[in-house]
Design a protein around this ligand. Structure first.
Ligand code: ADP
Ligand code: S3P
Ligand code: MG
Length: 195
C-alpha cells in the first residue's frame, strides 16, 4: 500500500499551495469514469487539504491550445491519447497536490504501470448518475454518438481497469460533491493510519 500523508484538514489557507513538505508525489490521484466528479471533487479536496489541484485534461487543453472536443475532431482520438499519456506522466512526476486524470487515462497500460507508485482513489459512479452529471453532452466527444449505450459500455469495460490501479474505491452515487470529498478525506485518513 502506498503511504499517504495529506496535509491536515485545517491546513493554513494562507500557506504556499503546492504539496505536502517532504512528499515527492501527488497527495492522491483521482480516476473514474466521466461524470464521477474527478475534476469537481479534486478541486474541493485540494482546497480542504491546502494543496494545489491539477487536472490532466486542463493541461492537455493548455498545451494543444484548444478544447478536448476539438482535439478529437481535428486530430483524432489516438492523438488525444498520446497527448494524455504524456500529460499524465509529466503530472505524476511533477505535481505534488491532488491530481485528477481524464476518464480514459487508465486505458493505457503504461499509465496503469506508472500509477502503481501512487495513491489512487477510484471515484465510482453508476449509469443513472453518470448520465445525469455528464448530460451526455458534446463536451465529452466519446459520448457524442448513442451516449447512453456508450456510457453503459464504457462503465462496464473500464471498471476492472479503475479497480486495478486503485488503492481505495469511493462510490459517488446519490451524494453531492461535498459529501464525496468528506468520504475521500476519511479514506485517506484510514490509509494513513494503516501505513
Ligand atoms: N457527486 C456529485 N453529485 C452531483 N453532481 C456532481 C457530482 N460530482 C460531480 N458533479 C457534477 O457533474 C458534472 C461532471 O463533473 P466532473 O467533475 O467534470 O466529472 P469528471 O471530471 O469525473 O468527468 C459537473 O457538472 C459536476 O458539477
Ligand atoms: O473517458 C474518456 O475517455 C474521456 C474523459 C474526459 O475526461 P473526464 O473523465 O474528466 O470527463 C476527457 O479526458 C476526454 O473527453 C476523454
Ligand atoms: Mg474531469
Amino acid at each position: 500500500m502506498t503511504p499517504v500523508d495529506p496535509a491536515p484538514a485545517d491546513a493554513d489557507p494562507g500557506a504556499e499551495v503546492t504539496g505536502v513538505p517532504g512528499v515527492d508525489r501527488p497527495v492522491c490521484v483521482l480516476v473514474g469514469a466521466p461524470g464521477a466528479g474527478k475534476t469537481t471533487v479534486g478541486r474541493l479536496l485540494a482546497a480542504r487539504l491546502g494543496v494545489e489541484f491539477a487536472d490532466t485534461d486542463e493541461q492537455i487543453e493548455r498545451t494543444a491550445g484548444k478544447p478536448i472536443s476539438d482535439i478529437f475532431v481535428d486530430d483524432g482520438e489516438d492523438h488525444f491519447r498520446a497527448l494524455e499519456r504524456a500529460a499524465v506522466a509529466e503530472a505524476l512526476a511533477t505535481r505534488r497536490g491532488v491530481l485528477a486524470l481524464g476518464g480514459g487515462a487508465v486505458l493505457a497500460e503504461s499509465t496503469r504501470e506508472l500509477l502503481l507508485g501512487h495513491l489512487v482513489v477510484f471515484l465510482s459512479v453508476e449509469l443513472p448518475d453518470a448520465a445525469k452529471r455528464t448530460g451526455l453532452s458534446a463536451a465529452r466527444p466519446l459520448l457524442a454518438i448513442n451516449p447512453r449505450a456508450t456510457m453503459r459500455q464504457l462503465l462496464a469495460e473500464r471498471r476492472p481497469l479503475y479497480e486495478e490501479v486503485a488503492d481505495v474505491v469511493v462510490p459517488t452515487d446519490r451524494i453531492d460533491p461535498d459529501q464525496v470529498t468528506e468520504t475521500v478525506l476519511s479514506a485517506l485518513d484510514d490509509l494513513r493510519a494503516q501505513s
